[in-house]
Design a binder for this molecule. Structure first.
Ligand SMILES: C[S@@+](CC[C@H](N)C(=O)[O-])C[C@H]1O[C@@H](n2cnc3c(N)ncnc32)[C@H](O)[C@@H]1O
Length: 197
């Protein structure tokens, strides 16, 4: 467990300065190698994208490209999700959060390490615009059920909750690395979309 006293601090992002415009913002949490977000950014020049992962080596090349502004509407950053969202992301400023195949931590004694829980959903809710979306995917059915329980614990936050199996809800043709890997192995995949009230 990270010591809270040593937790990283992040500056609040001023989008106008950061991207040079005030276009809508989408954030991918745990973006890994960043394949999904890069393609989505190329296809949606009128939206700004931030991809974060706490492990820099997965997205090293993407981060270097984004620092050189090869594609002007995307930035990759090494960051831990909770601290980053708390410190760096202004309230009610995000259109879509993408969270695909978060580490499932299948052992019961490790469930506390899972990124999605009731508190985290509240944090995402506070950073989303009204009508904003959270897109979630996992291959771990038990984690999916636990996420559903966390949502049910604060159902008043959400206007609409959709779930599908083996069918991506948003941006159906664009997949993450893990999504392609598990799909090719024939694993069942669980998807969810939450719409903020
Ligand atoms: C299983 S991988 C999935 C990567 C990618 N989303 C995909 O679908 O291909 C989970 C990723 O989440 C990152 N991660 C886990 N916990 C995190 C946290 N608290 N903050 C930021 N990234 C995190 C890991 O480093 C890893 O790259």
């Amino acid at each position: 467990m990270a010591c809270p006293l040593l937790a990283e601090k992040y500056e609040e992002i001023a989008y106008k300065k950061f991207f040079g415009n005030v276009n809508p913002v989408e954030i991918e949490i745990g973006c890994g190698k960043g394949k999904f977000l890069m393609r989505r950014a190329e296809e949606n020049p009128g939206i700004n994208f931030i991809g974060i992962d706490r492990v820099e080596k997965w997205m090293k090349r993407r981060k270097q490209q984004s620092e050189k502004k090869v594609i002007s509407n995307i930035r990759f950053m090494k960051a831990e999700a909770r601290g980053f969202l708390t410190d760096a992301i202004p309230q009610t400023s995000v259109s879509v959060f993408h969270i695909y195949f978060p580490d499932p931590w299948p052992k019961r004694r490790h469930h506390g390490r899972r990124v999605i829980n009731t508190d985290f959903l509240r944090l995402l809710h506070a950073r989303l615009k009204v009508g904003g979306l959270i897109e979630i995917a996992t291959d771990d059915e038990e984690y999916f059920m636990a996420i559903k329980k966390s949502i049910a614990a604060a159902m008043e936050l959400w206007d609409n909750v959709r779930e599908t199996r083996n069918e991506r809800i948003l941006d159906g043709m664009n997949k993450t690395n893990y999504e392609m890997k598990w799909e090719s192995q024939g694993k069942p995949l669980f998807y969810m979309e939450l719409k903020r009230k």
